[in-house]
Design a protein around this ligand. Sequence first.
Ligand SMILES: CC(C)(COP(=O)(O)OP(=O)(O)OC[C@H]1O[C@@H](n2cnc3c(N)ncnc32)[C@H](O)[C@@H]1OP(=O)(O)O)[C@@H](O)C(=O)NCCC(=O)NCCS
Length: 187
Amino acid sequence: MNFKKITLKTHRLTIRPLSTEDYHAFYRVYSDPEAMKYWSSPPHKDEDQTKSHINNAIKNCDEGSSLQLAITLKSNDELIGTLSLFNIHEESRRAEIGYILASSFWGQGIMSEALSSFIKFCFETLQFNRLEADIDPDNQASSKLLKKHGFNVEGLLKERWIVNGKVTDSEIYGLLKSNYCLKTQSK
Ligand SMILES: CC(C)(COP(=O)(O)OP(=O)(O)OC[C@H]1O[C@@H](n2cnc3c(N)ncnc32)[C@H](O)[C@@H]1OP(=O)(O)O)[C@@H](O)C(=O)NCCC(=O)NCCS
């Protein structure tokens, strides 16, 4: 897929391609145990790990195999979170989404604002037919966010993840383009 030069603007945010210069801010988010509590990998241990993650993400984005974007406030170009698209199956026009926000910005509607524009972009520009999310059933904030944006719970996969020795289930959410279109038409 062509993921080059994607930038989304919302009322408060600029969502833009990741850059190697983001590593400080990225590390702050990805090393925070609170923000990483329900993540599928442990918090980053050092900035070298973050640098290598960002280099990989930029390479994957250039190759079109996955996408990770930086969420920034319009007033300041600093990364405060990320939005991702991965496990892409082009023929089936489906992909999985992931998101994280620095804990100091939680509860202000920021991810909801970012996700609205990202979902629109995925369905209307990238022409996906289905988006998926895999979350820890205990992750109330993530569950509320997904339901608010029309995702439905489609199933529970038991003991799907082991992160730092902790075994957790996966709650699988799905949003179809047809449901997204119905929702936007009724607005
Ligand atoms: C999940 C996350 C992105 C939400 O970001 P956020 O900007 O705080 O969310 P918003 O403010 O846009 O809130 C969206 C909805 O969820 C609700 N919500 C947010 N945090 C909540 C919480 N801790 N408990 C219950 N509901 C919550 C909000 O009330 C809002 O619903 P409403 O508009 O009906 O009131 C953020 O908590 C986060 O980064 N968590 C860590 C990373 C993570 O777990 N990512 C998902 C892994 S798949």
